[in-house]
Design a protein around this ligand. Structure first.
Ligand code: DNO
Length: 388
């Protein structure tokens, strides 16, 4: 498997020179400076590619080429946006960048309530607390009918929290809307002065959009872009929803075995594939990641190796990259899809990472340790395979 690393461009304080020293082979990045919904020009793509290549690496995967909301909810300008998307894909294809990760999550990409949940060893991890998330939805966003979307035990836990201080409420807003979203080229940025108001406005766009409609809109996009992907050999790989369940009253459609089967069958083209994010999938107890890897490794074009531990109350946190389930997943990939690009993420903050201002989930020391662990697992499996 190709060892890749998500790098955020020339302004990333983790440089390509550093990455070469730790065994990274391929780069995962995006044109973060191009505003959402605009064409990625061939020149800008070439410049990025050459920058990476001049440092002895290759641009292996685009993460992400963002899908604008209008495509997801089926707004009046969706065909225009799809044309723009196709143009960006063509330009990527012409420059030889042929693996494109994207997601189809309405409004919010991945979600966490705590970005520095302390571990006993002094490191910290990302964490999702259902009661705090419900608090955000019901008391901060004040979404109509939100209360009905949570089971009684979550509501009880939320009520036991009482009223949070303004500082803690602000922290939740930052964690859920800003810090996890700002860097993924999505709808929000650090510069938003009223992120909650903006969120409410975006929610209105999804009134009446249920799971079936969202699926239809995803199929519409895939059918429109597949001819371009076929022509240029571009592998599209959708990232699973994180967490893999509906959130904030919004449908989510890449959450489980049945969803994955649906999306692969709905547009049966080999360029319509999956980002196998073991972490996102394992955040739902309904998913058996080892089984899913076995089923879908062959339709995977990109792998994210991390894994979550779900607590009895349904909260979850990132688990060790040495988790036996992850080892099993890697074993499956080395058998069924040995050339797939893989990367780690959502590693702990450690050894001073917390002071560096890295994007949430993208620490240096934590990810380096995780990559070291995964590299060891991969090397061991390869050696075993050669012997047998
Ligand atoms: C989180 C990431 C996601 C992913 C997008 C792909 O850390 O894995 O934000 O990049 O969902 O579109």
């Amino acid at each position: 498997m190709e060892k890749t690393w998500r790098w955020f461009g020339p302004n990333d304080s983790i440089t390509l020179e550093m990455l070469r020293q730790i065994g990274v082979e391929g780069i995962v990045t995006a044109l973060h400076s191009v505003p959402l919904g605009q064409v990625w020009s061939r020149e800008a793509i070439r410049e990025m590619r050459e920058f990476i290549e001049s440092r002895g690496l290759r641009w292996s995967v685009v993460e992400s080429l963002p899908v604008t909301e209008t495509i997801k909810y089926g707004g009046p300008d969706r065909d225009l946006q799809i044309e723009i998307y196709k143009e960006s894909l063509r330009n990527l294809g012409k420059e030889g960048v042929r693996t494109v990760c994207y997601n189809f999550m309405p409004i919010l990409d991945w979600a966490r309530t705590d970005l520095e949940y302390p571990n006993p060893d002094g490191t910290s991890n990302l964490y999702f607390n259902n009661a705090e998330f419900a608090y955000f939805d019901i008391n901060i966003l004040q979404r109509e009918g939100a209360r009905n979307d949570y089971p009684a035990d979550v509501i009880n836990r939320m009520e036991a929290m009482g009223r949070l201080t303004p500082e803690k409420e602000q922290q939740l807003i930052e964690n859920i809307i800003i810090k996890t979203q700002g860097f993924v080229s999505g709808n929000f940025s650090e510069a938003d002065f009223d992120p909650v108001g903006k969120f409410r406005d975006l929610l209105k766009l999804y009134e009446g959009i249920d799971k079936e409609q969202l699926r239809a809109n995803m199929k519409y996009l895939l059918e429109a872009i597949m001819p371009v992907c076929d022509e240029y050999g571009i592998n599209m790989c959708v990232h699973p929803d994180d967490p893999p369940k509906p959130v904030l009253g919004l449908p989510r459609i890449v959450t489980c075995d049945e969803d994955i089967r649906w999306l692969l069958d709905a547009v049966p083209d080999r360029h319509n594939g999956l980002t196998f994010c073991a972490g996102s999938l394992s955040a739902g107890i309904h998913n058996d990641v080892c089984l899913l890897a076995e089923k879908y490794a062959g339709r995977t074009h990109f792998a994210h190796f991390r894994i979550c531990q779900v607590m009895p109350d349904g909260d979850f946190k990132e688990s060790s990259h040495l988790d036996p389930r992850l080892i099993e997943v890697i074993r499956t990939f080395s058998r069924l899809n040995p050339d797939v690009p893989m990367r780690v993420d959502h590693a702990p903050l450690m050894l001073g990472d917390e002071k560096m201002g890295y994007n949430a989930g993208y620490s240096f020391h934590g990810r380096m340790l995780a990559l070291g662990m995964i590299s060891g697992i991969m090397a061991t499996i390869d050696t075993e395979n050669q012997k047998s």
